[in-house]
Design a binder for this molecule. Structure first.
Ligand code: XIL
Length: 480
């Protein structure tokens, strides 16, 4: 052991005077073992974000735009976290205060802060019964359904490419033992409002993971947990696009950390979705609080698809439940015992990173072969190639997002061009997963380098957004 490694291990250097070959060999082995320990402790990550990243995960915090001028706050944020969730700035009342008048200034401040520093952004939230602007609270029926879909489309389109995961729908299930949906103006537009929101979000931002987020869904035995589980299972079976489940995990005496939490995480993951702990806070103090944080982190690291943890605030004084001192930093920004336990658990945790979820862009859920609504079959040329295309449209007053599915016929194709004819006045303003020629009239979309090759019967998706009225006719598809 040299002096540098002795310092790193916190132990004094010892001079060795072996008296025999055997002693020497034993000491040698011990030294090898010591060296391993020293090197691993010397390389232990010293921040939450860095440690989580070593495990293929993120560690995030909910943040408020109006605190970005607080240097203590921003110092901790930039040092410790590699993901953020706007605490209130992306909610419906913040982003669409008047119908069809969108306001992104405060959310943009957070998004820009995060992206310029390489942090992920969790979008929170597109459709929710709470924190609705007045105009929406007063709406019902078809008008509300359309307004909700317009909101989802516009906000998700605005942030397309910048959001890692969207909480598409928040808190749609009732508490208690019923397992029923929560009554709300959105629920009264029809039970399919949740899947409609997810489909609109996918069309608007094909690259973001789409999450269902809720609280009191931590205890595997609770009716609410089971009800959310059944919905996600149903969505996966029917091909409704969903990629993740968010467990808010606000723990206190009324809603304590459940001993079966890991079962809940792994059960959701087994449905084929990521699981994210999205709003973690644990009321309490000292060792009790620290050990609960430790167990939450251990549970997440034990489940490969638990791919991130977000705490709901930075300092206790930033918390929506500040009286419960539920966070990792005290009011002065000092690390609490809970912080140390969290970092230790992250550093000690599983080394298997979660499988990288394929971006939904080119492998939509479900895989094409199990799609419950395949595009209308057309007969490919006898014995030959050919392809077909179908379009799904999200239209609002003045704009649209179109998602186009391209499907190969009986033979493999090595490239495709899809012709879309747009009504007069419409024009394409952005395209993803394809190259557009022209912006109005008949627009040809050609594959890009990673999605041209399609084996027989398989498909891929591309999309475009535009102003005016979207296409109504079935597009043409020609192999290159
Ligand atoms: C809370 C915020 O922290 C508060 O600032 C705001 O006054 C109310 O909302 N579940 C959620 C979060 O999904 O959006 C809530 O955030 C906390 C509960």
């Amino acid at each position: 052991m040299n002096n540098a490694s002795a310092r790193a291990s916190g132990r004094p250097a010892t001079r060795l005077r072996p008296r025999s070959a055997l002693v020497s060999a034993v000491v040698g082995l011990a030294l090898v073992a010591t060296a391993v320990v020293v090197s691993s402790s010397a390389s232990a990550a010293t921040t939450l974000g860095a440690s989580a990243a070593e495990k293929g995960r993120y560690f995030g915090a909910a943040i408020a735009a109006n605190k970005l001028s607080d240097s203590t706050y921003v110092g901790i944020l930039n040092r410790e976290f590699n993901s953020v969730t706007p605490e209130n700035e992306m909610k419906i009342d913040a982003t669409e205060p008047q119908q069809n008048q969108f306001s992104f200034t405060n959310a943009d401040r957070i998004v820009n802060h995060a992206i310029s520093r390489g942090m992920k952004v969790r979008g929170h939230t597109l459709a929710w019964h709470s924190q609705q602007p007045g105009w929406m609270q007063n709406m019902s029926g078809t008008a509300l359904r359309n307004a909700m879909l317009n909101h989802v489309t516009r906000v998700a389109t605005y942030y397309r490419g910048k959001i890692d995961s969207w909480d598409v729908v928040n808190e749609a299930f009732a508490d208690g033992g019923s397992g029923a949906r929560r009554d709300s103006n959105l629920q009264r537009t029809g039970n399919d409002w949740i899947e409609a929101a997810f489909r609109a979000a996918r069309a608007a931002d094909p690259g973001a993971k789409l999450c269902y987020n809720d609280y009191n869904t931590d205890d595997w035995t609770h009716a609410k947990t089971q009800a959310v589980y059944r919905m996600v299972q149903d969505f996966k079976q029917r091909g409704v696009p969903i990629d993740c489940v968010g467990l808010q995990s606000h723990f206190n005496a009324q809603s304590p950390y459940p001993s079966n939490y890991r079962t809940t995480l792994s059960s959701f993951a087994a449905l084929g979705v990521d699981v994210q702990i999205t709003e973690l806070d644990i009321e309490g103090s000292g060792t009790q609080q620290a050990e609960t944080y430790r167990r939450v982190v251990q549970d997440c690291l034990a489940v490969p698809r638990c791919n991130g943890i977000t705490v709901w605030g930075i300092r206790d004084s930033d918390s929506w439940r500040s009286y419960g001192t539920p966070l990792l930093f005290d009011n002065n920004g000092n690390k609490k015992q809970a912080y140390n336990a969290t970092l230790e658990a992250l550093n000690a945790g599983g080394t298997t990173p979660p499988p990288t979820t394929a971006p939904p862009t080119t492998s939509p859920t479900p895989p094409p072969t199990t799609s419950p609504t395949p595009p209308p079959p057309t007969t490919p040329p006898p014995g030959g190639g050919g392809c077909t295309a179908s379009v799904t449209l999200n239209q609002w007053n003045g704009g649209f997002v179109a998602t186009v599915r391209v499907t190969a016929g009986a033979s493999q194709i090595n490239g495709w061009t899809v012709g879309v004819s747009l009504p007069g006045g419409a024009s394409v303003t952005g395209t993803w997963n394809a190259q557009a020629s022209g912006t109005s009239g008949t627009v040809n979309f050609r594959n890009v380098n990673y999605n041209g090759t399609l084996s027989p019967g398989s498909s891929t998706e591309f999309g475009f957004q535009g102003t005016g009225t979207g296409p109504s006719a079935t597009p043409t598809c020609t192999p290159n």
